[in-house]
Ligand binder design. Sequence first.
Ligand code: DON
Length: 303
Amino acid sequence: MDYQAVLEEVAAQVRPQIGCGQVAQYIPALASVAPEQFGMAVVDVEGGVHGVGDWEVPFSVQSISKTFTLALVLARDGEKIWQRVGREPSGNPFNSLVQLEYEHGIPRNPFINAGALVITDRLQSLTGDASSTLLEFLRTESGNPDLGFNPAVAASETDNGDRNAALAHFMAAYDNLENLVPSVLEHYFWQCSVEMSCRDLALAGRFLARHGLRADGSRLLARSEAKQVNAVMLTCGTYDAAGDFAYRVGLPGKSGVGGGIIAVIPGRCTLCVWSPGLDERGNSVAGVAALDRFTTLTGLSVF
Ligand code: DON
């Protein structure tokens, strides 16, 4: 497969959609990002790296971080986490509060904000420093020691974090947090603020295409655990648009409101696409279109 030629064709086909949608407004530090940007990377399981457009420009990973924190918790703690968080699609926006009350403080899945807070809480208990553990993992897997947090984005999320604080306090009331709410929120906001390029993210997510094997060949996840993370990405990774994403793209994927999306073709490659303009569900307009084009042009999907 000539991935480079495919990426160039995809970039040409989605050009009309670049700049469409709205850059995330509710985190002021993200609202100033220029919308007319687009990059896409493919890293295959043998280590080949391909990219097009702004694929080496760092952006805010936001909720894409939730894929990695879930993997880090599963790697340390196995199945136990599923007693505290479900794995069904929520059909609700990522920051919704309503379902939590009906379901007694157990979030529907690890990728909505409530579920991600539970995962960060567990990673904090297991490591003593959830956000640094994540950053260290991302640096090692991407081979980029310069990756870092963006303090302005973390501060902006903290200043505008009332919904996340409400979710965390609500779960604490149901005894579904082990650490104090301010500490869980702090690590969650830092993890969302990490800045990475498409290249960095595709490299860091390569273990999902390699059935759990890390860049150095050691095992992060058992083969069945890597399957589990990919399955939850497919069903829950793009929130209340997960059905439409599966229909159009046909791959496990995880989006973030920074405009990035990672996607996995197990056994073959990890992709990352970025374009800041979002649709009303918080997924990149040009990003989803590019992944749709990629699987259509190549015939590569999990279906
Ligand atoms: O908690 C938040 O609202 C953000 N830090 C992350 C949200 C996000 O990326 C949702 N994804 N599409």
